[in-house]
Structure formats: structure tokens, C-alpha cells
Design a protein around this ligand. Sequence first.
Ligand code: ADP
Ligand code: MG
Length: 320
Amino acid sequence: MTEFELIERFFKRPGKHGFLGIGDDCALMDVTPGYELAVSTDMLLEGRHFFADVDPEALGHKTLAVNLSDLAAMGAKPRAFTLAIALPAIEEAWIEAFTAGLFALADEHDCELIGGDTTRGPLTLSVTVLGEVPAGQALRRDAAKAGDDIWVSGHIGDAALALRALRGELALPEAAMEAVRTRLEWPAPRIALGQALLGSARVAIDLSDGLAGDLRHILDASRVGAAVEVERLPLSSVLRAQPEAERLACAIGGGDDYELCFTAPEAARAAIVQLGDVFDVPLTRIGRITPEPGLRWLGRDGKLVDERLVARFASFDHFA
Ligand code: ADP
Ligand code: MG
């Protein structure tokens, strides 16, 4: 099979939106008047972001999911994406499963594959996603204000727990393993929630590198600090069953959850609680933005959690 046959057979599908899609030098798409284009790229490498034997369908899903999650964190609506892929060889069953996972999620969010690049090489995946957000309304990182509540969607820390178990660093009962493994391999980007937060939330970020590191990005960009109550962190029953150090390490330092962390003024509390009901996702208030800089973790009785304990859970950095 040639490169072009491969693209034709596996990646090209009839377009639904009237874009000029796969097959020309560039794709062409319109932008809705009054909207801004939101653009984001994420790359996944074998050995670094996924294990060589990962289920290809799950990998297809995750490759797009981590990118859609960035759109969610801006409050943007997905429109289209491109896919750059390096493959060591053409294994048809593998590519079929990969694209099945990829296109199922793409269709769920009405996001069309409009182009890309295909080469031979060590398995590498890179998606660039294009979305739209009403001009001037995107949920950036630099607008948090002292006094804002800090919120988190869903449960955090499960993906990190799964990763530790897959690496053999701890053992989990089968049902628990299954549950957290799904969180790691089939993350659900909070697309609808992100768009619904426009108007209520002030800033948002998706939790890809861990709460500690990702929240710090908001604090740095907004030039504020935060106090987070550790007891309020929303944990699944599986993670709650772990010893305290494990719980903290996964919930504070663990990445790959793709939940949203956002801040909002106190006046928006009722509206946000209602959004949680509408979208059937737990939305939990975990702390406050403070005028003084720094990120403080408060334990029971409002006492500071030992800094040395928390420092161990610095967020993931590829070059650290
Ligand atoms: P060019 O040489 O002009 O860069 P390519 O030969 O790389 O074009 O690709 C041919 C067409 O197929 C282009 O429209 C490109 O966007 C598309 N394409 C290539 N690889 C992929 C892929 N993995 N997924 C989707 N579209 C792809
Ligand atoms: Mg090319």
C-alpha cells in the first residue's frame, strides 16, 4: 500500500461541513463571524505517553481527547482537526482500530478530520485541533481574581493511580483497576461543560499535568495565589481507599485526568452548581484565590499541609 492509498483508505471520509478537506495542499474552512479561532496541538509518543501494547482504539480516542480537552479549557466549540502520524509499518488491523477510536470521538463532538501528514517512523501522533469561541470570551489563564472560588470537575487522581498500577508500583483489586484504567485510557474531554462555563467562570485550565502544576499556571498568569483545602479534593472511591500519601500524590501531582480546573466569583456559585446538575458531572469547590502569591495546601482544621510532603508532587515536566 502506498502512502496515498493509506490516507485515502483510512483517513479520508466524506466531509459534513463543506470544508475543503483531505486531498489538496491545504484544508480550507470558514470561521463564524464574531468568533475567534482556538488552536491547540498535542503530541503523543510511544514509551513516553503510552505503552507499546496499548489498545489502538483507546489510543485513537486519547490522541484526539487530549486535544479536545484544551478546547474545553478555553470554552471553545470543536470544529476540525489535523493528524500528523508516523507509523513504523502499515498494519491494517491496528490502523483500523486506531481510526475507529479516533473517529468515534470526533463524531461525538462533530469535529472533522480535514488534513494531516503521514510518514514512516517510530510511532508518533500529533493532532492540531481547531475550535471557535465567541470573540473576547475565551477562558484564558490570566484573569483569576483574589476572592474567586477554585473549582474542579469530576474526580482527580485516578489516571495517575492507574499508571502507577500498570507500572507495577502498587496493586489494585481487579474492578478498581478496570475503573481507573478507563480514566487513563479513555479520558472524556469536558467539552460541553467548558462552553457552558463561558459567562460564569473567569479562568480555566485542563488538568493534564496535575493539579499542583496546572493550578500554578493560572496563579502565575494571573499574578495571584491560592489556598486549597485538601479534604475537599474530589476523589473516586478507588482513590479514597488508598493510604493518605498515595491519595495526595495522585490527586495533587498526578496528571492525565483531563478534568477542568476553573475559578469564578462567589456570586456564580448557584449557577455553577446548576451546571453540574445539567451536565451530570460533580463540580467541587476546592479553595480560594488569594491576593498573596503562592499555593498553600490546607489540611483538616485549616492547618498547612507539610510543604515537604507537597513539594514531592511537583507537576510533570518532560525536561525535569
Ligand atoms: P503535501 O505533500 O501537499 O503536504 P501530503 O502528501 O502530505 O500533501 O498529503 C496529501 C493530503 O492528505 C493532504 O491534503 C493532507 O492534508 C492529507 N493527509 C496526509 N496525511 C493525513 C493524515 N494522517 N490524516 C488526514 N489527512 C492526511
Ligand atoms: Mg505533507
